[in-house]
Every structure is written in structure tokens, then in C-alpha cells.
Ligand binder design. Structure first.
Ligand code: NDP
Length: 328
């Protein structure tokens, strides 16, 4: 039988953690042949709540779940980890400047990166969900010099899935009819959901929509501001859909993307499409053999170019801020 895969989840007692852990334990992250051991990392004051979630996980008697351990120290939490889902982060408080937010998160992601470097398994793969996800991933990656940089990724899969759903509704097709959508840039309001490369039932998605006004004034803002719309409607942040996207991201990373399609993920730039090397930016990616690869050779039109550049400029500014703060 296969040895269990160690999955470390930070912020395990939070809303996303609650929606995520049961799906990991039921086999949806890695597949029905792969046993898992969960390592829950929390801040000390949330350990008791994590223990409650662990009790519920026990009570599900999941056949694939081979153990649960709870930690309040990153070095222990990441010991032997094969997969790290970095969900816990410092939310933006009222009146908090972006620099303060990045600094507070540096205090979380710097020690976590160092702990991953020191004790994670050689095949560690990291997905950062906690915001600002791209720059938090950059901070963690900078403190894990012995881990290949490509193993640090940030989540834009929820944006990707949101875009799929909006486009499917507009064209009155199924989400499974749509291929090759892309989220570019930062997981923030500047992100750019790109339908110009997309295919809908074999035809070009942008041509099928044929409505630049809808694209600029409805589709892009709806996708980019969906999180706020959900808070407004539900009275709480999206959690189950964020957990679902984290499952999709890691599942595809490990198992591969379907032939003839791609997905979106925040990965370390190699300079493709003019994105400065080293930034963790969202790109169109395929996964093969457990590695993400940036899809090459796409034609980027002027509409797309200006939007990609704006989001990438924001990422570069975030990197400048964390560089000045000594966090990378
Ligand atoms: P959630 O579980 O709802 O959210 C966790 C993080 O995910 C936030 O940074 C949130 O960003 C982010 N996120 C990314 N994408 C989305 C999305 N689409 N929708 C919603 N959130 C998204 O937060 P909770 O406050 O319920 O739980 C956080 C937990 O993390 C707490 O239990 C806390 O104790 C823990 N924590 C653990 C740390 C650690 O392990 N060292 C460090 C810090 C916190 P945004 O705020 O922008 O919505």
C-alpha cells in the first residue's frame, strides 16, 4: 500500500480550513488511492478550535485518513510535509495600510518558509491561499533557498473558476464546454481574466461573446470583485468555494491538467510575457509530471496587454515594499 502523504494546513481552524479538511481527508485532493496524514497548524489561541475540527474528522471515519496532528509551531507543523496549504494569514484591519498588511504577513510567512526549508519533505509543494497570496508566497519562497522556487505557488484558481462560471452563463453553455481561460497577474482587484484565448465548443470565446462592453464593464469587474459581492450577500467571506479551488489547484498540479486545456495558477515568473522574473504571478499553466509549466507563445492583444501590465505592476510594487521591509 502507498505511504500516506503528509498534508500541512495552516489556519486549520478558520472558515476555509473547515471547508477544506474534510475534502482532503475524503480523498478529493490526491485521489482515492492515496492515504493522507493531516498536520494542522494554528496560532496558540486557535488550537482548541482545531482540536474540535479534528474530533469531527475522526467522527467521519474516513478510510484514507491515517492520522491528524495539531501544532502551534511552524517547525513542527511542516516536519515531513509533502504538501503545504498556507491558508492562515493576517486579514486587513480597518485603516490598515498595505505596507502594514505586508509586514504583518511577513511575520507569518517568513518563519513558515524557513520551517519548510528546514524540515519539509524533498517533494514539498506549497499553495498559498492566505492574502495577499502572491506576495505571501514570495516571502515564504525567499526563506526556503533549498527548495526549488517552482514549488511555491499562489491560488488564482478560484478566480479562474469564477470566470468559467460567468462566461458559461453569458453564453448559455456548460462550464465543461469552455477551455483555455486565463487569469493573469495578482489575486487582487487588478487581476485580469482573459477570454481572448478561450475556446467555447471549438470556437473562440471572445468572438462568441462579441461584446467588448460586457467584457470590460461586466465580466472583468464581476470576476475581480466577486469576493466582495459574496461578503455582501452572505455576511461572511467565501470559504467553500475557496477551499474547492485549493483542492482543484493541488489536484491538477499533482495529477496533470487535461489534454487540450490549461488552468491558472500563481507561479514564479521566468520572464514569460514580460512579467519580471521571480514575481509570483498568475499565468496560463499546464501541469505534467507534477510540474506546472507556463503556456508559451500566446498572442496578447492591446486590450489584454494593458491589463496584464497593470496587475503585474501592482505585484512589482508589493515586491518593492517587502524588499524595503527586509522580508525577502
Ligand atoms: P478564512 O479561512 O476565511 O481565510 C483565510 C485566508 O484565506 C485569508 O487570508 C483570506 O483572505 C484568504 N482567502 C483567499 N482567497 C479567499 C477567498 N476567495 N475567499 C475568502 N478568503 C480567501 O479566515 P478565518 O479568519 O476564518 O481563518 C483564518 C485562520 O487562520 C484563523 O483560525 C487563524 O487563527 C489562523 N491563522 C493561522 C496562522 C498560522 O497558522 N500561523 C497565522 C494567521 C492566522 P482575506 O482576508 O483577504 O479574505
Amino acid at each position: 500500500a502507498q505511504a500516506p502523504v503528509n498534508v500541512t494546513v495552516t489556519g486549520a481552524a478558520g472558515q476555509i480550513g473547515y471547508a477544506l479538511l474534510f475534502r482532503i481527508a475524503s480523498g478529493q485532493l490526491l485521489g482515492q488511492d492515496t492515504p493522507v496524514r493531516l498536520r494542522l497548524l494554528e496560532v496558540p489561541q486557535a488550537v482548541k478550535a482545531a482540536e474540535g475540527t479534528a474530533m469531527e474528522l475522526d467522527d467521519c471515519a474516513f478510510p484514507l485518513l491515517k492520522g491528524i496532528d495539531i501544532f502551534d509551531d511552524p517547525n513542527s507543523g511542516f516536519e515531513g510535509a509533502n504538501i503545504g496549504l498556507l491558508v492562515g494569514a493576517r486579514p486587513r484591519g480597518p485603516g490598515m495600510e498595505r505596507g502594514d498588511l505586508l509586514k504583518a504577513n511577513g511575520g507569518i510567512f517568513k518563519p513558515q518558509g524557513a520551517a519548510i526549508n528546514a524540515g519539509a519533505a524533498d517533494d514539498i509543494r506549497v499553495l498559498v491561499v492566505g492574502n495577499p497570496a502572491n506576495t505571501n508566497a514570495l516571502i515564504a519562497q525567499a526563506h526556503a533557498p533549498d527548495v526549488p522556487a517552482e514549488r511555491f505557488t499562489a491560488m488564482t484558481r478560484l478566480d479562474h473558476n469564477r470566470a468559467l462560471s460567468q462566461l458559461a452563463a453569458k453564453l448559455n453553455v456548460s462550464v465543461t464546454d469552455i477551455k483555455k481561460l486565463t487569469i493573469w497577474g495578482n489575486h487582487s482587484a487588478t487581476q485580469y481574466p482573459d477570454i481572448f484565448q478561450s475556446e467555447v465548443g471549438g470556437a473562440n470565446g471572445a468572438a462568441a461573446v462579441d461584446d467588448e462592453k460586457w467584457l470590460a464593464e461586466e465580466f472583468i469587474p464581476t470576476v475581480a470583485k466577486r469576493g466582495a459581492a459574496i461578503i455582501d450577500a452572505r455576511g461572511a467571506s467565501s470559504a467553500a468555494s475557496a477551499a474547492n479551488a485549493a483542492i482543484d489547484h493541488v489536484h491538477d498540479w499533482v495529477n496533470g491538467t487535461p489534454e487540450g486545456d490549461w488552468t491558472s495558477a500563481g507561479v514564479v515568473s521566468d520572464g514569460s510575457y514580460g512579467v519580471p522574473e521571480g514575481l509570483i504571478s498568475s499565468f496560463p499553466v499546464t501541469a505534467r509530471g507534477g510540474r506546472f509549466e507556463i503556456v508559451q507563445g500566446l498572442d496578447i492583444n492591446a486590450f489584454s496587454r494593458s491589463r496584464i501590465d497593470a496587475s503585474v505592476a501592482e505585484l512589482a510594487a508589493e515586491r518593492d515594499t517587502v524588499t524595503e521591509l527586509g522580508l525577502v
